[in-house]
Design a protein around this ligand. Structure first.
Ligand code: HEM
Length: 327
């Protein structure tokens, strides 16, 4: 347990869970970054709904969205931290984990502000279908990211997060890493997009592009690009930004830091005390309200087992309903 508000203590513990020798490429970092992004990327500026406030993925309606498949691993990595620092909200923990992971993997320092609250039920969740579909092209990217309030340059900068991690056939239907060092933040993704000869992958899975890394042996893993990644070099307005970021690492790091900070602020409106309102419309008094932790006991009702679509959702819903009943 730490003092409420001691975010530095939480940061240290996030760094301590990053090294995961038996998981993927040895790091929880990439999937934590994806958790922060999917928590935020549901925002719609027209209706002012969705975004990183609320930690809606604890509920089946959002956590079980097929677009969020695999993110239960990220949430499970963070549970011991939530247990130790139970005062922190899930919404703050998930976004903080993303920025801490990016910096720890060699990326830029990203501004992060606390104050997000956790929804107490699933009534304010955004509808499913707001996250991008990797099988599509440039017009779809614009449709999705303009809805959040981003422009073309920001779309290209945000996509640079695909320097990290990999696709998993059992989660998204796509397979493989984008770069050779998927746990080191860099601008390699843009360089490879421009430099390699991307060809449709010959396999039974979803359509994706594949290429061998320069100097790779026959049995080395292929690199990949999603159709939405490849769209960045096919589109006349996106491509110049890919070129700029491939040539200028510092520009990419600085633009990425700005745009990721903007991403994790979507849907967060703080009052004068710095606490975000869970329900802007009803103007409920603001309170730094963290949801109860999920059960640590395997097999407990709603505890779920790793690999299910949203193992934390039901448990937390029950926990929250219990808390509500006591009010
Ligand atoms: C531009 C539209 C985007 C599409 C269509 C897209 C799609 C995907 C897909 C299909 C995966 C593989 C998931 C899996 O199989 O595990 C993935 C992974 C990932 N995405 Fe994106 N993504 C997009 C934008 C972003 C953004 C904006 C970020 C962060 C700023 C991001 C960060 C990541 C990371 C870090 C991973 C690796 C996760 C891991 O290793 O488990 N993506 N993305």
């Amino acid at each position: 347990m730490s003092q409420p508000g001691d975010f530095d203590a939480v940061r240290k513990d996030i760094i301590a869970v990053l090294k995961q020798p038996k998981y993927d490429d040895g790091s929880a970092g990439p999937v934590l970054v994806r958790l922060a992004w999917h928590a935020s990327g549901t925002y719609c500026k027209e209706t002012d709904t969705g975004g990183s406030n609320g930690a809606g993925m604890r509920y089946e309606a959002e956590g079980g969205d097929p677009a969020n498949a695999g993110l239960q691993h990220a949430r499970v990595f963070l549970e011991p931290i939530k247990e130790k620092h139970s005062w922190i909200t899930y919404a703050d923990l998930w976004t903080l984990a993303g920025v801490v992971a990016i910096q720890a993997m060699g990326g830029p320092e990203i501004q992060w502000k606390p104050g997000r609250t956790d929804f107490v039920d699933d009534s304010l969740l955004p509808p499913r279908g707001r996250l991008p579909d990797a099988a599509q092209a440039a017009d779809h990217l614009r449709h999705i990211f303009y809805r959040m309030g981003f422009n073309d340059q920001e779309i290209v900068a945000l996509s640079g997060a695909h320097n990290l991690g990999r696709c998993h056939a059992d989660r998204s239907g796509f397979e493989g890493p984008w770069v050779n060092s998927p746990t080191r933040f860099s601008n390699q993704y843009y360089k490879l997009l421009l430099k390699l000869q991307w060809k449709p992958k010959k396999w039974d899975g979803n359509f994706q592009y594949a290429a061998k890394a320069p100097g790779a042996d026959d049995d080395d893993e292929e690199l990949m690009m999603l159709p939405t990644d490849y769209a960045l070099i096919q589109d006349d307005k996106f491509r110049p930004w890919v070129q700029k970021y491939a040539e200028d690492r510092d520009l990419f790091f600085s633009d990425f830091a700005k745009v990721f900070a903007k991403l994790i602020e979507l849907g967060v409106y703080r009052d004068e005390t710095g606490i975000a309102r869970a329900d802007k419309m009803k103007k409920v008094p603001s309170e730094y309200k963290s949801a109860p932790q999920k059960s640590q006991t395997p097999g407990a009702p709603g505890a779920g087992k790793d690999g299910e679509a949203a193992p934390l959702a039901k448990q937390n819903r029950e926990g929250v309903m219990h808390a509500e009943a006591k009010l």
